[in-house]
Design a protein around this ligand. Structure first.
Ligand SMILES: [Mn+2]
Length: 487
């Protein structure tokens, strides 16, 4: 008998999914509450396909907290579906939305209450299908969109866009999807998996542009210098343009040309003393939808585009991109629009990185015993601060010997700051769990109107500005305890 690495409670999970599906099927005028990232928008696409005929309302949120719960309660919705959020806020849902008849939560974040049927006032029927309740690791084996797929059996491609948007591939050394994503979703989808050059932009950008923008790994002498990239490609005799004079992308290259490119890059990195660990990610698993529009063909680019729409609050554009059953012309228009949003988003990120560097010069970074904390005030928009931090981690702009935390003023909530925290895999191995630290610190300071949640490796919180110092100190202590406890 073949025994799988780790068993999850497959039958129970699928039973729960079926129960949730039946509940959703009966919903009239459902209100769908979803997260603003690629995973949340993908999950909405899945549900839109499910509710083809039923009029639905979609509310896209950057997070869920009492203030927003109160606003949603004013919609007086009888049927609510939470996507990619909700499990971390079951008590808030109970406090503000117990007027609803049916509530279904489809989530993969660690649940606040580990029960399929959390206790609620009797008139509300509530279930939460959460990966963690069924032995699945929600940080790497299934995404929010994946849970939505498991429930509806629709749009497996979007389920994988969500997984890739949530970086669920990064736990595998060659960037492969694992767990439920791999065993149950990929085989049922039109997505192709193969080992290839992973560089971002492989389907859409001229090769020299791809190299010029490459920060993972950082290419000495090439990153940031387009002229040098062109010369580098010429020296390798890699054709830059196709027969019609259009720029070739990496995906357009023949296998032997790809080999030449990888060889050339590896040699360059070795010459510059870059350790192997940093560039073995040049080749890894890529996921593509061969019949999709070029911008969406590579799932990483697809998810980045949805992320851009979410972060810049162009939800309607992102939602149209994931809605296949809509009229084709409309969707194509939305994809073009999304491409424009993406350009703007990339520009904001570049400005964010620059601002972070300036802040660094200004000395606003504080090094505590167990974390590095930075307060950027309103210099970096709170919606992109987490992404900028992730990039800073990739580019080693911040000292990442310790987990890093960055705080920015909220643009929409006066007096509140948004906190993003990121750790490296090495920190996780030593026992660090950012979500736990952020949540515990919040509870200890009795910050009731605040929120905190996320994953061990990436987490966030929204707290009152006047509590920032104290909060950071508490988080630092929690991280210290986690490491000590493990040591
Ligand atoms: Mn997610």
């Amino acid at each position: 008998m073949v025994v799988s690495e780790r068993s999850f409670f497959e039958d129970e999970f699928h039973e729960a999914c079926e129960l949730a599906r039946n509940m959703i099927k009966e919903m009239e005028y459902p209100v769908i509450i979803t997260h603003h990232d690629a995973d949340g928008i993908s999950a909405s696409g899945v549900l839109m396909s499910f509710f083809k005929k039923e009029p639905i309302k979609i509310v896209v949120l950057s997070g869920f907290d009492p203030v927003r719960a109160m606003k949603i309660s004013k919609l007086r919705a009888e049927n609510i579906v939470f996507l990619d959020l909700g499990s971390g806020q079951v008590n808030t849902i109970k406090r503000y939305l117990s007027g609803a008849q049916k509530i279904v939560i489809l989530d993969h974040h660690k649940p606040e209450i580990a029960e399929f049927r959390p206790d609620f006032p009797r008139k509300t029927e509530i279930v939460q299908v959460n990966a963690h309740l069924f032995g699945l690791d929600g940080s790497k084996e299934i995404s929010g969109a994946g849970v939505a797929y498991a429930v509806t059996k629709l749009r497996p491609e979007l389920a994988l866009v969500g997984a890739i948007g949530d970086m669920q591939f990064r736990y595998h050394e060659k960037g492969r999807l694992v767990g439920y994503n791999y065993t149950h979703i990929l085989p049922n989808s039109a997505v192709e998996e193969r080992l290839d050059i992973t560089l971002y932009g492989r389907e859409t950008r001229p090769i020299y542009v791809t190299l010029g923008y490459c920060t993972e790994p950082f290419l000495p002498g090439l990153t940031g210098d387009k002229e040098a990239c062109l010369n580098f490609l010429k020296s390798l005799r890699i054709p830059l343009k196709d027969e019609y004079g259009g720029w070739k992308t990496i995906a357009d290259l023949a296998p032997e040309e790809k080999t030449k490119l990888v060889d050339g890059l590896v040699k360059l990195l070795i010459r510059n003393g870059v350790p192997l660990k940093k560039y073995k990610s040049l080749v890894g698993f890529v996921y593509r939808l061969p019949n999709e529009k070029p911008f969406l063909r590579d799932l990483r680019e697809y998810s980045t585009m949805l992320n851009a729409c979410g972060r810049l609050k162009r939800y309607e554009v992102g939602l149209k991109v994931v809605q296949y059953d809509k009229n084709v012309y409309d969707r194509e228009k939305a994809i073009r629009e999304a491409a424009g949003v993406l350009v703007k988003y990339k520009k904001m990120l570049a400005e964010g990185i620059k601002a972070l560097n300036d802040v660094k010069k200004g000395g606003l970074i504080e090094s505590l015993p167990n974390i590095t904390a930075t307060y950027v005030k309103d210099v970096i928009n709170d919606r992109i601060v987490g992404v900028v931090l992730g990039m800073a981690l990739g580019g080693r702009i911040i000292d990442f010997k310790k987990p890093a935390l960055i705080a920015a003023d909220m643009t929409e909530q006066e007096g509140m700051v948004k906190i993003s925290a990121r750790a490296l895999k090495e920190h996780i191995k030593r026992g660090v769990n950012l979500r736990e630290a952020l949540v515990k610190a919040k509870n200890e300071l009795k910050l009731e109107k605040s929120e905190a949640g996320g994953h061990d490796i990436a987490a966030g919180a929204i707290i009152p500005k006047e509590k920032l110092r104290e909060y950071i100190k508490h988080v630092d202590e929690k991280i210290g305890e986690q490491i000590m406890w493990r040591a």
